[in-house]
Design a protein around this ligand. Structure first.
Ligand code: ATP
Ligand code: MG
Length: 237
């Protein structure tokens, strides 16, 4: 699969006759099979960017190349599971019955650590487990691109760390492009092959990280310096 390219993409929202340019001439390459992290403060336009790339929202200017014919899955901050379906049925929800590859789905459920909870219902699962089901569902759909909009922000610190590791593991195994939105600089440094810092609808900076995510040490000088640089970009005091 090829990547996706945004060329001079702008989005304007009009609220009470006032027009606000929420995204302003965005130029961005989203490389195939990599994790691209969109990092920025609340309200800077992260969700809007995901919605434009996935075609849920029209843009006002520019073009998005390479999106046509891509299969896209979405993972949200909240799990959005069907309470009346068990884990397996939630994971296969959205795939036509005849097209379900059961051995692949079982492998995905195992990879996210839910083998024992195969027949459990969402009410029997913790927040982290529900989010695992959402991630399994996204991968089971066999997408080219997964949009993840702050999928771990409702989880506690340790569960969040564990989920990041699991996401990297499953991505490593099943490869697809991921566009991952977060507020957390550490999360961006752990997951991103590419980090895009968004500030008030403008791309403030972009960083490419070549080091494999499995061997990254955020206390390493290289990452500490990158974190300082990103804090500076975001002007967080
Ligand atoms: N449908 C809409 N109509 C009008 N304005 C909107 C709409 N959706 C978003 N906005 C505005 O666009 C801006 C960016 O919103 P967006 O949801 O993309 O931010 P975000 O970076 O995802 O924020 P958060 O981190 O809080 O989720 C905000 O000022 C928001 O009020
Ligand atoms: Mg958002």
């Amino acid at each position: 699969m090829d990547g996706i390219k945004l060329v001079n993409v702008s989005k304007i929202y009009t609220v009470e006759k006032e027009s606000i340019k929420v995204l302003n001439e965005i130029n961005l390459n989203i490389p195939a099979n990599k994790i691209t992290v969109i990092l920025g403060r609340s309200g800077c336009g992260k969700t809007t960017l995901l919605r434009l790339v996935s075609g849920l929202e029209e843009f006002d200017q520019g073009e998005i190349l390479g999106y046509n014919s891509k299969k896209t899955a979405y993972v949200f901050q909240e799990d959005r599971l069907m309470p009346w379906l068990d884990v397996k049925s939630n994971v296969t929800f959205g795939i036509h019955n005849k097209k379900v590859d059961h051995s692949r789905v079982d492998e995905i459920i195992e990879t996210v650590g839910l083998k024992k909870f195969y027949s459990a219902y969402p009410s029997q699962l913790s927040g982290g487990m529900k989010q695992r089901v959402s991630i399994a569902r996204a991968f089971a759909y066999d997408p080219d691109l997964i949009m993840m909009d702050e999928p771990f922000s409702a989880l506690d610190y340790f569960t969040r760390e564990q989920m990041q590791k699991e996401l990297l593991k499953i991505h490593n195994r099943l490869k697809c492009s991921i566009l991952f939105v977060t507020h957390s600089i550490d999360e961006a440094l752990i997951l991103g092959d590419k980090i895009v810092v968004l500030e008030k609808g403008i791309i403030k900076s972009q960083y490419k990280i070549d080091e494999k995510s499995s061997t990254r040490d955020l206390l390493d000088d290289k990452f500490v310096n990158l974190k300082k640089q990103i804090i500076d970009d975001l002007k967080v005091i």
